[in-house]
Design a protein around this ligand. Structure first.
Ligand SMILES: Nc1ncnc2c1ncn2[C@@H]1O[C@H](COP(=O)(O)OP(=O)(O)OP(=O)(O)O)[C@@H](O)[C@H]1O
Ligand SMILES: [Mg+2]
Length: 262
């Protein structure tokens, strides 16, 4: 069975796409077959994998509006064991059609079910707004990974997002879990970052990843070359941190599985 993780947050620019791109690469390198679905009309995750607008004549649009199977719209990444479905929503009309179709919240979940467990992990890169696509992702996901940029964090802004997750839990996806809060662009010397971390750990015990992602230039530069950080500078702190995160999640899965069969 695939584990479907939505990478989402109510805030823009917190590292959702950077996490989707580099975590998917890290899972694949750990020999876990992985699918990355780019649900942001900005298409940044696709671009970070070198998929051009010309390439993505098929993608999320066909998935939602024509129910085309994932196998017909996915691309093989440069890394083995990784497939990508690009976001190809280029006009307001296309966006409107997607919104209409994504109101039917089971479209994405059903498309993923039809992959028949071909992937160990499916990552959904969500847009920065709490849009229909974010709701569609949360409806289809087993869990949500929430990147947090400690420096600009505000508990209040965060409440709206937690409310949305609760609404999804009550209404359409009772089993959705919080995979974890991930500190991105982390600066341990900033007292505010440390305070935010402590606060989140108190509020959500065992739901804050031990791994933190440092602010690292390789993570910002690699997308311009159409590759994940690990292929651009494997020794960089950024690439290594995402490998650590992948291992932390894989280890968590093993522990959960062992507890379930005990
Ligand atoms: N750990 C990091 N170190 C340095 N730069 C980073 C890091 N993480 C992300 N960035 C940079 O910060 C910017 C925002 O990151 P990213 O696009 O991943 O955020 P996002 O949450 O997906 O944004 P949006 O809400 O617009 O989709 C990008 O320019 C990215 O390259
Ligand atoms: Mg993004």
């Amino acid at each position: 069975m695939s584990k479907v993780i939505a990478i989402a947050s109510q805030k823009g620019g917190v590292g959702k796409t950077t996490t989707a791109v580099n975590l998917s690469a890290s899972f694949a390198l750990a020999e876990k077959p992985t699918l990355l679905i780019d649900l942001d009309p900005q298409g940044c995750a696709s671009v970070a994998y070198g998929i051009t607008t010309d390439d993505s004549r098929r993608g999320v649009y066909e998935l939602f509006t024509q129910r085309v199977p994932v196998s017909d719209i996915s691309f093989k990444a440069t890394i083995p064991m990784l497939d990508i479905v690009p976001c190809n929503i280029w006009s307001n009309t296309a966006e409107e059609q997607i919104i209409q179709s994504s109101k039917n919240r089971t479209v994405l979940a059903r498309a993923l079910e039809e992959t028949g467990g071909a992937y160990d992990f499916v990552l959904l890169d969500c847009p920065p707004t709490l849009s229909h696509l974010t709701v569609a992702a949360l409806a289809a996901a087993d869990s949500v990974l929430i990147p947090v940029q400690g420096e600009f964090y505000s508990l209040k802004a965060f409440d709206a997002f937690m409310k949305l997750i609760r609404t999804i839990q009550i209404g359409i996806n009772p089993s959705i879990d919080i995979e974890g809060f991930l500190f991105t662009m982390y600066n341990p010397r900033l007292r505010l970052s440390q305070r935010v971390r402590t606060e989140l750990e108190e509020k959500f015990p065992n739901r804050v990843f031990k791994t933190v992602i440092p602010r690292n230039i390789t993570l910002a530069e690699a997308p311009a070359y159409g590759v994940p950080a690990i292929l651009y500078n494997a020794n960089s702190k950024g690439a290594q941190a995402y490998l650590d995160l992948a291992h932390e999640i894989i280890k968590g899965e093993r522990t959960r599985f062992a507890a379930a069969i005990r």
